[in-house]
Design a binder for this molecule. Structure first.
Ligand code: ATP
Length: 242
């Protein structure tokens, strides 16, 4: 379970996120949608410990982890799939997995994700295990980024625009993967400009506008009728202002 309370953060004294409250129960997907510049990556970076909040708190399974640096949060079970995938061009899939894998010992988080288990989940990546990062398609790179995050056996998974630039068939595959991971008990926070992705897999949908929550929707209601979410996004200004 991920709980954000009054989360406030920004850059160089300017505030981008203004007192965000948000909860992601274990085993569910919470989607945060908003236009470019709304503060989605800032939110993910703050939760992942890459950016220190100036106010508010971050709790993981009841433990206050506010202000912990990223490497400590990763050990606590917070996994990040960053925007832009960030794979190493010269390393093979196998080398990426070996580098990311630390035998975790007993994390208390259920069976650990190992390279073999990750490749079972991602057969397309298994077929490419000797290919270098530079030779993977965009979708394969996205799956590799996801695989690397899973090797930390996360209980909270942060996904920053995971379907950006992907063909519809890959978008569907990523969506199915996200649902599978949530069913495995992970709390998934997904940020995306795409209301379609949010609607397809989230239990809760939050609209972020200029760093503030402007609407909240039940995911099932959005699936039944996405028009209110589309309307909310149409009304949201396209650019953030701090
Ligand atoms: N490192 C940084 N230093 C200063 N300002 C930043 C930095 N990163 C982001 N910003 C600013 O913070 C605001 C929110 O940016 P952020 O990247 O969080 O938005 P976003 O919703 O993820 O956008 P996108 O969908 O384009 O990725 C923007 O005004 C942006 O210019």
């Amino acid at each position: 379970m991920l709980e954000l309370s009054g989360l406030t953060a920004g850059y160089d004294g300017g505030t981008v996120l203004h007192g965000l409250d948000l909860t992601v129960p274990a085993g569910t997907v919470h989607a945060v949608v908003g236009h470019n510049g709304a503060g989605k990556s800032t939110l993910v970076h703050t939760v992942a410990g890459l950016l220190r909040p100036t106010a508010g708190s971050v709790r993981v399974n009841g433990t206050d982890v506010t202000g912990r640096p990223a490497h400590r949060l990763a050990r606590t079970g917070v996994g990040l799939v960053p925007q832009g995938r960030r794979v190493f061009a010269g390393l093979t899939v196998d080398e990426h997995l070996r580098l990311s894998y630390r035998p975790p010992g007993d994390t208390g988080r259920g069976p650990a994700w190992t390279p073999d288990r990750v490749l079972e989940l991602l057969p397309r990546l298994a077929e490419r295990r000797t290919n270098r990062g530079a030779d993977l398609s965009g979708g394969e790179q996205q799956m590799l980024a996801l695989a690397r995050a899973l090797l930390g056996t996360p209980r909270v998974l942060l996904l920053d625009e995971p379907t950006e630039g992907l063909a519809p068939v890959l978008v569907r595959q990523i969506h199915e993967l996200i649902v599978t991971l949530a069913e495995d008990g992970i709390a998934v926070l997904l940020v995306s400009p795409s209301p379609a992705l949010a609607a397809s897999c989230a239990a809760d949908v939050t609209v972020l506008t200029s760093g503030r929550v402007t609407e909240r929707f039940d995911g099932a209601a959005v699936r039944a009728d996405p028009s209110a979410l589309h309307h909310a996004l149409a009304l949201a200004p396209a650019r953030a202002a701090s």
